[in-house]
Design a protein around this ligand. Structure first.
Ligand code: HGY
Ligand code: MN
Ligand code: MN
Length: 411
């Protein structure tokens, strides 16, 4: 069989996805495999065992990124692919996992056909892409790129109060490989769109041109408890009221600034009692925009609003950045290659910008990088109803296989 005729074994891919989905599976469907949890550990062990079974040399770094490398005819820079297997608490079975499992199936197809590529091909499962339990997101790729060190990461407290370093040690997820020393020729990530565009336009393939920027800001408001019945409004220092006003303002940012997304996803009051004015409010704001200037403007307006509201209510207010990733544009040549492979394989495609953050957003500064999207039913993700039709999964995995082949054979 000529390399051009290679194709993915979709049945085996689906069986592998199902096997991974059983780890951390939720009773109502979906998956919870929070980073550095026992479920995450079990998922990594499954991925590493699959890498060994495919004859890859397996390397684990300090934060627990796992990379399997398939030798090429030459010992050159690695053509890398992969994604993440950690999930949010209400995760679907595809977010991240599809990119790792499809990458392993692409290697299986190369093995099956006895194809020896010129350059080595690598499969990576990045640690803690979601950042849902330990912020920031894209932690594994930020570590690989050198933005974060183990000294930065080990002391990070999770939303459940655990320390990242303790979990790493307890579950033995750390290795001592230096993945950057391999050198990377290129990085291509297959991922679900997690939005409605491809499905609406009946396209199987999204040729991703870039990713919007992300800012996560954590707020702590400090007021004082008071009796809900007896305390007149003018005597209150109500942290809950200020937090509520901020939630309203965050929505106005999304409606007033072009292409702006703004979300308050977590909000806790204390003492959180029906008849006590809240003395503390903690909440996070997730701001996204494809335009760096608009993103900065949104952040500035938010901080100005929060400061003024806190002053007017006489409460204390602290905030800190928990993630700050610039918008990126992917490599035009790899974008064109993905588009050409989709075309030659007969799949309808369109170019698209990613609304969700991805490790590829970080890798874009390490080597020429791009992404392949497949449609999400109803645009749903970070939700147990997440679903992509088998024909689209097969399309995405085949485009990935042939893109990798072209990159790894390229002179
Ligand atoms: O938050 C994101 O966009 C990604 O799912 N980590
Ligand atoms: Mn993801
Ligand atoms: Mn996600």
């Amino acid at each position: 069989m000529s390399p051009e005729q290679l194709s993915i074994d979709i049945k085996h891919l689906q069986a592998s996805l199902a096997e991974l989905a059983r780890i951390g599976s939720l009773p109502s469907g979906g998956v919870c495999r929070l980073a550095f949890s026992p479920e995450d550990k079990a998922g990594r062990e499954l991925v590493a065992s699959r890498m060994h079974a495919l004859g890859l040399s397996v390397h684990v770094d300090g934060i627990g990124n796992i990379m399997g490398v398939r030798e090429g005819r030459e010992a050159g820079p690695v053509v890398l692919t992969g994604s993440h297997i950690d999930t949010v608490a209400t995760g679907g079975v595809l977010d991240g996992s599809l990119g790792v499992v499809a990458a392993l199936e692409a290697v299986a197809a190369l093995n099956e056909a006895g194809v020896k590529t010129r350059l080595p091909v690598g499969v990576i499962s990045f640690a803690n892409e979601e950042g849902a339990r330990f912020m920031p997101d894209m932690m594994g790729s930020l570590f690989l790129r050198g933005d974060l060190t183990m000294e930065d990461l080990r002391p990070i407290a999770g939303i459940d109060g655990t320390m990242l370093g303790d979990d790493l040690d307890q579950y033995g997820m750390s290795g001592n490989a230096n993945l950057s020393s391999f050198g990377f020729h290129s990085f291509v990530e297959l991922h679900i769109e997690q939005g409605p565009i491809l499905e609406r336009e009946n396209k199987s393939i999204g040729v991703v041109e870039g990713v919007q920027g992300i800012k996560w800001i954590e707020f702590r408001i400090e007021g004082s408890t008071a009796h809900a019945g007896t305390t007149p409004i003018e005597l209150r220092r109500d942290a809950g009221y200020v937090a509520g006003a901020a939630v309203e303002f965050v929505r106005s940012l999304a409606t007033e600034i072009e292409n702006q997304r703004a979300t308050v996803g977590s909000l806790t009051l204390s003492p959180n009692l029906v008849n006590v004015v809240a003395e503390e409010a903690r909440f996070t704001v997730d701001l996204r925009n494809p335009d760096a200037k608009r993103l900065l403007h949104a952040e500035k307006k938010l901080l100005e609003f929060a400061e003024a509201k806190a002053a007017a209510e006489g409460v204390g207010m602290e905030h800190r950045s928990r993630a700050d990733v610039a918008p990126v544009e992917f490599d035009p040549q790899i974008i064109a290659l993905i588009e050409a492979k989709a075309e030659s394989l007969g799949y309808a495609s369109r170019r698209i910008i990613s609304g969700a953050g991805h490790d590829a957003q970080i890798m874009a500064d390490v080597c020429p990088t791009a992404m392949i999207f497949v449609p999400s039913r109803g645009g749903i993700s970070h939700n147990i109803q997440e679903y992509t039709a088998a024909r689209d999964i097969e399309a995405g995995a085949n485009v990935l296989l042939h893109t990798l082949l072209a990159l790894a054979q390229s002179e």
